[in-house]
Design a protein around this ligand. Structure first.
Ligand code: FAD
Length: 384
């Protein structure tokens, strides 16, 4: 067991840091921090990440993907600004789903522009009445000759308002146990008519989180992705990969808060000495550092299990739940170390806190992750 990054992994992480400093952060800084980034600017960023294989890190190189190990992808992911990391993930995981569920003709039609970053993708699964339990969804597609007619409402779609390609998860029938069977269909705003609205949230505000309403939305039947079996299974597989990645985005935010708290504690003086010299402040700093380290170790462990082809359901759920819980508390502690300064906009910590708060929700909210881990431990599902 080796707890150090290899030379190659250090290079991967360092080149991600350079990419963010050189090509990404200046674009974000040139736009308001509390509004969704304009699509043209986001496309520019996607062109940058496409060159690094991040349009499809999980796909093999022979299919145009980045062919990255999940752990190496995680090392890069941790360095991306959190909202942009969520956007990149929403795109690339949609690419993976399309790849897995497409016929060769569909791959040829949809993938090239997604791999080059020219087009942006997102997956629409959650609904007003179906979040943690996607099988409860009501959006359906019905076939009318060579057209599929989609009716329903989707919520919380990452990249939703900027997506050129939206993979919409729909009910298309019922299995022999009476459960809804799900399929995805590619809906393109250029081709089909549906409404999209941006949702305002407390954090990750340069990102795009949308509601989409489909009313008799007509989509060519050639856009139905049907060669990969039940779309619900593919959701589970990809959510397992996403969970530790989101955990690492939380670690990235917390590292920033930690660095700031250490600097501040070294210069802020009270009772005749830097506050860093007071034992309780050192305890806060130690707690924040421990949250970052335990988060990293659990997330790296879960990603490494995936790379080794081991069953990672429990580890991935544990990693994300621990990450978002402990990192949210840790960023709050970093604010506490700053005293009154900690709650000012100027210090910037409140934005990290709002951003990390968002990360506990997608791809498995805490309680659901607890139940997934519990099912792995006991062999008994306690969801219903
Ligand atoms: C930043 C962000 C990005 C997102 N991106 C996407 C996206 O790209 N595509 C997409 O489709 N969705 C996306 N989502 C939606 C996200 O997946 C859902 O919000 C999430 O699954 C939770 O669903 P819900 O909001 O309906 O909450 P609900 O499922 O209604 O949960 C409400 C509460 O009930 C609890 N609960 C539910 N069931 C149980 C149970 N069995 N036992 C105990 N407690 C339970 C939950 O833990 C929670 O506290 C995103 C959300 C966010 C915040």
């Amino acid at each position: 067991m080796d707890f150090q990054l290899s030379e190659e992994q250090n290079l991967i992480r360092d080149s991600a840091i350079s990419m963010v400093e050189r090509d990404i952060q200046p674009v974000l800084d040139a736009h308001p921090a509390d509004q969704p980034l304009p699509k043209s600017a986001l496309q520019g960023l996607f062109a940058v990440t496409a060159r690094q294989g991040l349009s499809a890190p999980r796909l093999p190189v022979e299919y145009g993907g980045g062919g990255l190990k999940m752990l190496d992808y995680g090392l890069i992911f941790e360095q991306l600004p959190a909202w942009f990391a969520v956007s990149v993930m929403a795109h690339e995981v949609t690419v993976s789903r399309i790849f897995a569920e497409s016929t060769p003709e569909q791959r040829e039609r949809f993938l090239p522009d997604l791999l080059s970053g020219k087009k942006i993708a997102g997956t629409a699964t959650s609904e007003p009445g179906a979040g943690s339990d996607p099988r409860g969804m009501t959006t359906r597609m019905d076939i009318d000759g060579d057209t599929a007619i989609v009716n329903g409402r989707k919520l919380w779609i990452s990249n939703g308002s900027v997506a050129d390609i939206m993979a919409v998860t729909c009910i298309d029938g019922v299995d022999d146990k009476g459960r809804n069977t799900l399929k995805r269909i590619i809906v393109e705003p250029d081709v089909s008519n549906f409404e999209v609205r941006e949702i305002e949230t407390v954090g990750l505000q340069q990102g795009h989180l949308a509601e989409a309403v489909f009313e008799d939305c007509r989509v060519p039947v050639e856009n139905i992705l049907s060669s990969g079996g039940d779309a619900a299974r593919m959701l589970t597989v990809t959510w397992n990969g996403n969970r530790p990645l989101i955990g690492l985005a939380a670690a990235g935010l917390t590292q920033k808060a930690f660095d700031q708290a250490v600097d501040y504690a070294g210069v802020r003086e009270q009772f005749g000495k830097p506050i860093a010299g007071h034992q309780l402040v050192q305890q806060h700093l130690a707690d924040i550092e421990s949250a970052i380290m335990t988060t990293r170790l659990l997330c790296y462990y879960a990603l490494d299990m995936m790379d080794q082809g081991k069953r990672e359901n429990g580890a991935a759920a544990m990693a994300k739940r621990h990450a978002t819980k402990s990192c949210e508390a840790a960023i709050s502690l970093a604010m506490h170390v700053h005293g009154g300064m900690g709650i000012t906009r100027e210090a910037g910590l409140e934005q990290l806190w709002r951003d990390v708060r968002m990360l506990s929700v997608p791809d498995g909210i805490d309680d659901i992750l607890t139940l997934i881990q519990g099912r792995e431990i006991t062999g008994i599902a306690a969801f219903r």
